[in-house]
Design a protein around this ligand. Structure first.
Ligand SMILES: [Zn+2]
Length: 384
């Protein structure tokens, strides 16, 4: 069984696993892990209105502590393949880098985890001093309803319990060792809907223009920060993403105006407290005029894995290999860590994210070697 992260990453990149296609990626992981003594489960989840998606859960060992290595094999579409210098599913290596869709997000990191585990097991008689699991989904880049969220429930129903998790999302802005994610902000979407009364633009007194009111409400909602931030988080932020009246005429006051917005929020807030805050500000600005806010359901709550021995262990492993002390950050978008945090403490560390989701996504092969060494040190320290 080879434990070369470059070869493993190249083989994974050659599996065209655009969400929801498995593309051979889980089969490859299954063959590597079953060869190393893991018990491997392939699980398909379904939901009306969504594609069926296949996932993988594999475990070796039966005792604690139980370390989970999590990730996703699905990738975003490559777009027009003609725009790629190296075709997105060929796994070309050129100029010291491995090219392909998923190179950094995040098949490269999965390959590094596989290589690290194979080496760790080989050095320890083939069994961990505890348990190691792989929790790999094929539904992260899509709507993510048939992936990690269900796989965790499935595992819990089987009696699986986890002590800690390392998720391999690409966390580094520029260089390997820049940043560990120890939490994520929550995300909440809403639409502000203001209704008035339409009429002739030359007779505004006979109408009630909702545009005047929506502008006032938007300004009021944006005027003050939502909070001042906290020890590990930036201030919560509301951004309007679209303002829509849909009026094709020049002489009619419209009857309704809408504005969509997204809030990224920190641990100073809950979804409920944010809704109250925004509705209170909007109500004051509306001065009795009609408006409502339609909130979309959100499964992206804020969370923080408090710095402590586990975060320290991962940081030290990174510093050992890269010579750099990673920043502990909660920036960026959401990830499957928002589901994992309900089961065990989770930290995220992977490759450099500069080319993720882009044309010619690629990873320096040196980074793959270094990341595998980091994961290996995490395993050695964790079970040491
Ligand atoms: Zn990802």
């Amino acid at each position: 069984m080879h434990s070369d992260p470059i070869a493993l990453a190249r083989d994974l990149l050659r599996c065209p696993s655009v969400t929801p296609q498995e593309g051979g990626a889980l089969s490859l992981i299954e063959s590597v892990l079953s060869g190393a003594g893991f018990t491997v489960h392939r699980v398909v989840f379904s939901q009306p209105g969504a594609d069926d998606v296949e996932n993988l859960y594999a475990r070796i060992g039966s005792a604690g502590p139980h370390l989970v290595l999590a990730g996703h094999t699905d990738v975003v579409p490559p777009g027009d393949e003609a725009n790629w210098r190296h075709r997105p599913f060929d796994g070309d290596i050129a100029d010291g880098a491995l090219f392909g869709r998923g190179a950094v997000d995040m098949k490269g990191a999965i390959a590094c985890k596989l290589a690290a585990v194979l080496d760790h097991l080989a050095a320890n008689g083939g069994r961990p001093k505890g348990s190691i699991s792989f929790l790999i989904t094929g539904d992260e880049e899509g709507i993510a309803v048939n992936g990690t969220v269900k796989l965790l429930k499935w595992a819990a129903a089987r009696g699986e319990t986890f002590d800690h998790c390392v998720l391999g999302e690409p966390t580094n802005p520029a260089r390997l060792g820049d940043m560990v994610k120890i939490g994520r902000r929550g995300s909440l979407n809403g639409t502000l809907i203001v209704t008035g009364a339409s009429g002739h633009v030359a007779y505004p007194a006979l109408a009630d223009n909702p545009v005047r009111r929506i502008v006032a409400i938007m300004a009021a909602v944006m005027a003050e920060p939502l909070d001042a931030g906290s020890a590990h988080f930036d201030p919560s932020n509301l951004e309007f993403t679209s303002v829509d009246v849909g009026n094709r005429t020049v002489n009619v006051i419209p009857a309704e105006a809408r504005a969509r917005f997204n809030i990224r929020f920190n641990d100073q807030h809950t979804q409920a407290s944010l809704k109250t805050l925004v509705e209170t500000r909007a109500g004051a600005a509306a001065r009795g005029g009609s408006f409502r806010i339609a909130w979309e359901p959100s499964n992206a709550d804020v969370f923080l894995t408090k710095p402590g021995p586990f975060v320290e262990l991962v940081s030290c492993a990174i510093a050992d290999v890269t010579g750099r002390q990673p920043e502990l950050s909660t920036t960026g978008g959401t990830s499957d860590a928002r589901f994992i945090k309900d089961y065990c403490p989770v930290v995220e560390f992977g490759l450099v994210n500069a080319t993720m989701h882009k044309i010619d996504e690629n990873v320096p092969t040196d980074d793959l070697v270094a990341l595998a060494a980091i994961y290996r040190r995490v395993l050695d320290r964790y079970f040491g």
